[in-house]
Design a protein around this ligand. Sequence first.
Ligand SMILES: [Mg+2]
Length: 261
Amino acid sequence: MKKLIVYTDLDGTLLDHHDYSFEPVLPVMDRLKALDAKVMAVTSKTVAELEAMDLPFPAPSPSITENGMVRIDFEGRCYVAQHYEDIIAFIENLPSQYRQYFIGFNDMSVAEVVQHTGLEEAAAMLAKKRIGSEPFLWQGDETALVALRDLAQSSGFRITQGGRFYHLMGQGDKGEAIKEMSKDYASLYKEHHIVSVALGDGPNDAQMLGVVDYGVKIPNSSGHDFEVLNPAGSVINAPEAGPRGWAAAMSDLLDQLELQL
Ligand SMILES: [Mg+2]
C-alpha cells in the first residue's frame, strides 16, 4: 500500500500570484483527501503568518516554515534549528564593525518592516513573530559581509540571501526538514510505502523538489527557469503557472499513481 505526502510552496504555486486564490486545486484536493494523503506548506513565511491564512488543508500542524528552520510535526511538536532568542543574542553581541551595518526585523518597527517589504501592516506584524530565523538588510560592504558569514558559520549559524533580504539562521534547510518530516510520516505508517511529492515555482524551491519522489516545477510568473540538481526522484514540469498548474500536474500524477495505490 502506498501513502502520499505532498509538500507545497504557497505564493505562485498553490496560491495565485496576483489574487492568492487556490480555487483550481479544490477538486484535486478532494481526491487527495479521499486517498488520505497529507498535504502541507513549506514556506519562508512564519507560523503566525501561516495561521492567519486561508488554506485548503490544516495548518500549521504539520508545516515547514521560515525556509526550513521551523518544523511542526504531525503531533504539533515544534522543531527549531536555532532558537530566535539565540539568534538575537548572537546579533546583539556582534562586534560593532558588523553590528552597525546589520538591520534585522527585530531592529525595525512594524512601520519599517512595511516600508522595506511592502507588506500590509497586519501582515508585517505576523512576519515579525519569528521562531527560527532573522531577515536583515546589510548596509556594509561585501568584504565585511564575507567576514560576518565566517563568524556566523563558526558560531553554528548560517547566512543565506533571499531577494533584498539576507537571512541569519541555524544549520539545515527545507530539504533537510522535508526528509525529517517524511521519516516521521513513514514511522506513522510503517506498513505503507511512502510516496513524496513537492511543488514549487522558484529557485529557492529547487532543493525541496530534489529530495522527493516527484518534484513538480510550476512555471513562475517572472519567467525565470531554475534547475533541480541531482534530483533523488523524477522532476515534472507543470503545464501552467500557479494553482492551475498545481491542479493539472497533481491530477496527472494521481492518475498515474492510482494504478498502484
Ligand atoms: Mg513561490
